[in-house]
Ligand binder design. Sequence first.
Ligand SMILES: C[S@@+](CC[C@H](N)C(=O)[O-])C[C@H]1O[C@@H](n2cnc3c(N)ncnc32)[C@H](O)[C@@H]1O
Length: 214
Amino acid sequence: MGSPRTKVEVKGFEARHYDRLMDIITLGQYPRYLEKVIAAMHIQPGDAILDLGSGTGRNLCLMERYAGPTGRLVGLDIGEEMMAQARERCQHLPHVTLMFQRIEEPLPFENEFDHVTISFVLHGFEDEDKEKIIANAYKALKPGGTFWILDYNEFDLSKKPFFVKFLFTKVECPLAAEFVALDLKAMLQRHGFGEFQEHLYARKYIRLLGARKI
Ligand SMILES: C[S@@+](CC[C@H](N)C(=O)[O-])C[C@H]1O[C@@H](n2cnc3c(N)ncnc32)[C@H](O)[C@@H]1O
């Protein structure tokens, strides 16, 4: 069971129309912005990629363009409506596998992925589960592999404009307001990650954080 404070277990209308809603909320910017994010990961042909909370498979398909048919892509999720869209989207790609799997539970992977990715999922977990997810990513990565976290950046919410405070306190889950105050790099370092790289988007509200398994 996920935390009662989470909103990342997307279901119903939101799940069925997730991609369209993301495009509308970002005034049509989301596809272009995702292309930039995926390009920043420097995925190479033949790379193995594990996507935690893979949703509708949109990111998996974009990453597959770089990894190509010799790559291996695995998406983990627990949302049936989200996974149904991912299955349809990836049906022509035999090297893409989708698994029904909670990402905070022990995973059957060890030293086998070049990249582990997690996009707009990590903020929706209690800290003890974030630790479990980070440990899972570390174990699944090859030495030197990179954990890519696309999510809200770190910032002082009390210094942000009213509408941002409103979004984070009334619309998003309470866990997201805690996430922006979290020293995520320190948490990653405790698990053995380092050599961080950051790419900021949407007026620095969104961050792609890359952390290498050292
Ligand atoms: C906000 S959506 C993001 C989807 C996708 N990563 C993206 O960026 O488009 C969050 C996703 O995480 C999945 N999810 C939530 N809790 C999960 C868990 N404990 N284990 C696996 N997936 C989970 C949801 O089903 C949903 O597909």
